[in-house]
Design a protein around this ligand. Structure first.
Ligand SMILES: NC(=O)c1ccc[n+]([C@@H]2O[C@H](COP(=O)([O-])OP(=O)(O)OC[C@H]3O[C@@H](n4cnc5c(N)ncnc54)[C@H](OP(=O)(O)O)[C@@H]3O)[C@@H](O)[C@H]2O)c1
Length: 369
């Protein structure tokens, strides 16, 4: 059990400035909040975008960050699922609230109880910190935007011992393309999509193909290959037995990637038997739609607003974070992304943001406290 120590925060004093370490009072939880003493904090692209592009910040100073893992220090009066001393991960709502006490980049962070997961002993804080934003983005995309039914534990199937892939699902005709399976969001997206019963197809750099397959992709192609689109459409038919790719997620969502994803959807659009109006294929994008790209008639596009997990979809947060994720981590049905520790604790967060801004490949940057 942790003993109380002082709260230090990596504060963003003004738009575009570097983080500064300051001492702050330890916050007290509201009725439905959990106070976490952080042992690991991960950085996400939205953090450097908030710092340098002034996104999702209503006033300064601000405290960035969403992903924490640590030990529960205190709980609000309505919280029954967690108690002081529990090892947990949490997804902080700071992007939605702009409340400094919610920022992840400090020793103690307040999070909504609905976005907290109790950790099995097998999962370290470093591993756990890689999960909150990725899991919540995947959950919002699959179970809110696409409105797929949440996986029920009794319906979930064990990954195959050899590959981790769920070979029993490869004949399913409902398929999803995850463009950028090695990204943090893509990594979680593939795992939750597999658990939701979809056949998963993905793109990634070749060095991540074994990992992407182990997470459940029935087929994966190199997104840099000039034949990526046809390779994927062919692999879908040949390796995955898929005639139509019904869903797609573009985790990169640039003017370069969106046309490729649309081409795959067009080539794997299924058979139109002419008997009824064809159901649209659904494309979720994690960044705003590139203006220069026209949306085809047969495709419904949606910009994923991950922050709904802390606002109108706290019910979804509770289902995933309170009920499902702990079980998935215990059974190994969900595995954390590879974590790279940036040294320096809170002082290391600025370095982590700078490194992330330059670009990472198949890993999450984490600091340890
Ligand atoms: N809308 C929302 O709610 C929401 C939520 C979360 C994230 N996002 C946004 O989604 C994006 C991804 O976030 P993240 O944390 O998952 O990023 P990340 O893990 O930092 O992404 C790194 C990965 O991007 C891949 N990549 C780079 N260029 C690519 C391309 N042209 N095609 C395919 N893959 C490519 C690389 O794959 P390889 O290693 O295979 O080369 C690399 O592993 C960010 O822009 C983030 O701001 C939005």
């Amino acid at each position: 059990m942790s003993s109380t120590i002082a709260n230090f925060a990596a504060v963003l004093p003004s738009a575009g400035s570097n983080l500064v370490i300051e001492e702050r009072a330890i916050p007290s939880p509201g009725v439905d909040e959990v106070l976490i003493r952080n042992h690991a904090i991960a950085v996400n692209p939205v953090d450097w975008k908030r710092q340098f592009l002034n996104l999702y910040i209503s006033s300064y100073p601000a405290i960035l960050g969403t992903d924490v893992a640590g030990v529960v220090e205190a709980v609000g009066s309505a919280v029954t699922l967690f108690k002081k001393g529990d090892r947990v991960l949490g997804s902080s709502p700071a992007i939605a609230t702009n409340n400094l006490d919610h920022g992840a980049f400090q020793t103690y962070t307040l999070v909504q109880a609905s976005a907290v997961t109790k950790l099995p002993d097998s999962i370290s804080f470093k591993q756990a910190a890689t999960l909150p934003a990725a899991i919540s983005t995947a959950a919002v995309t699959l179970f809110h935007v696409f409105d797929l039914p949440l996986p029920q534990p009794e319906q979930q199937q064990e990954p195959s011992a050899a590959t981790g892939a769920d070979t029993t699902r490869t004949n399913k005709k409902e398929a999803i393309l995850v463009w950028s399976g090695a990204s943090s969001a893509g990594n979680a997206m593939m795992q939750l999509a597999r658990l939701a019963g979809l056949t998963v197809l993905a793109s990634a750099s070749p060095r991540h193909h074994a990992l992407v397959r182990s997470l459940g992709a029935a087929a994966v192609v190199d997104y840099r290959s000039p034949t990526a689109v046809t390779d994927l459409a062919e692999a879908a038919r040949r390796d995955a037995g898929v005639s139509e790719i019904r869903y797609a997620v573009d985790a990169i969502s640039t003017a370069e990637t969106v046309p490729l994803v649309l081409d795959v959807l067009a080539q794997a659009g299924g058979d139109d038997d002419g008997s009824k109006e064809k159901t649209k294929q659904k494309l979720a994008h994690l960044l705003p739609w590139p203006e220069e790209i026209t949306v085809p008639n047969g495709v419904e596009e949606t910009f994923v607003k991950g922050y709904v997990i802390w606002t109108e979809r706290r019910d979804l947060a509770a289902s995933v974070f309170n009920d499902l994720l702990g079980r998935w981590l215990e059974t190994g049905e969900v595995v954390p992304q590879a974590a790279r520790v940036i040294e320096g604790g809170l002082e290391g967060l600025q370095t982590a943001l700078n490194v992330l801004r330059e670009g990472v490949s198949g890993e999450k940057l984490v600091v340890e406290l």
